[in-house]
Design a protein around this ligand. Sequence first.
Ligand SMILES: Nc1ncnc2c1ncn2[C@@H]1O[C@H](COP(=O)(O)OP(=O)(O)OP(=O)(O)O)[C@@H](O)[C@H]1O
Ligand SMILES: [Mg+2]
Length: 441
Amino acid sequence: MIDPEFLKAEAKKHDISEIEMEALTLAIEGYSTSEIAKKLEIKPDAVRQRLSKGYQKFQVKGSGPVKLRNLLQMLMSRYQEQGHQASTVDNSPSNISETKNNPPSEDLWEKPDVSVFYGRDEELKQLEELIVKEKAPLICLYGLPGIGKSYLVGKLVEQIKCDFDYVIWRSLSNRNQFSEVLEDLLRFMGSSETQKQAYEGISELIKHLRKHRCLVVLDNIEEIIREQDVYRRVKQGYEAYEILLQRIGREQHKSCLLINSHEKPGDINILESSTTPAVHSLQIYGLEKKDAKKILHGKGLTGKDEDVNQLIYYYEGNPLLLNLVSGLIIDVFSKDISKILTNTQLTLTTVEKYKEILRKLFQRLSELEADIIKIIGNIEKDVSFIYLAENIDKKYTPSKLPEAIQSLQARSLIEKIDKNEDEVFYTLRPMIKKYAKEYYS
Ligand SMILES: Nc1ncnc2c1ncn2[C@@H]1O[C@H](COP(=O)(O)OP(=O)(O)OP(=O)(O)O)[C@@H](O)[C@H]1O
Ligand SMILES: [Mg+2]
């Protein structure tokens, strides 16, 4: 890396304070904002402030990671002007893959800050294995809202980004027009031709994915999936995303596309079965009890062990739900979990905001899916396939039933129960069952 004495002298010339330079040096060494915050024991916002002052004083232009690249380039040319060897740092996009000891070029402004993160050891290990060792080209993480997909991938990205030349995170809840997202990706990868038509643009992107090792995260893919469609196809006008998934899943390259979604897109089902073992999907469930406890304790909540366990069980270890109910326990029950349980009965109404999220999920169901949920929701036991087939409205063609069940699994609403019998059984997740009764009453 760049000689520290040279950096110190440059900082002095530009009137950069010690704390600003400390943050800049860590950024140059490849640490992310949240990692710098952790190292310096300050808030990520304070890191951003220090970095932005540093860039200003160095008069570096550009935005996001481009700034860091421009700063590095500027420092490098000054370093060389002073008669030093040019063998230190060159982060220019064309040189990155050849000099892999360098930190990746990254654009992770949309990634969640995961400085408070618990558990997920198994999932992290499995994903790292798939991406770093097996070089999987396409992975889909799916699970209920708030279950922790973005956090998990955020943590993963911090752990594995050094394996890549380019790392970029985009959330489709911020912008989802394909042309804009593609243009963004191409520009980030240093392409001079960012204004291409969708199909040509995808070819241009694949060229980059072949030449460099890139990690692209597209979060909140559910934004572009059709409603009331058992095949979970992309919405009309968004078909280019389908082509992108197909090409990234099937063609030769050395990169990885990671997508997060409430529901597994139908295309992933097809790719998984036709490109084995390249394309993978991973369903994400709630946190383990010991890790969910850390969320509650981290907020200063106390309570009898059995009450803490009951709360976690009720909300199925869903970290968003635990955060929501924690706020209530802090404000109304003096941080005592036992008090909420003795004073009121836990219901989904306790976390009204999540009911709103579930309502939207239910509105996305096709008519047949909704009817299956109603049947399973009305029966206390697990429901067999045969029972479903016999009790579903006769207006549906029987052959449609398996696909509708598959779709409900892809939406994380029903679970298959293996009882080692000839028959297959299904059940609703407890929370979904409670909500289904209310929604369809
Ligand atoms: N492993 C974890 N450790 C600590 N907190 C977590 C963890 N995972 C998630 N959380 C908390 O739960 C919240 C919801 O998690 P996250 O945003 O990752 O869910 P999600 O599955 O991506 O939701 P959505 O589908 O709505 O995008 C986070 O804002 C964070 O506060
Ligand atoms: Mg998310």
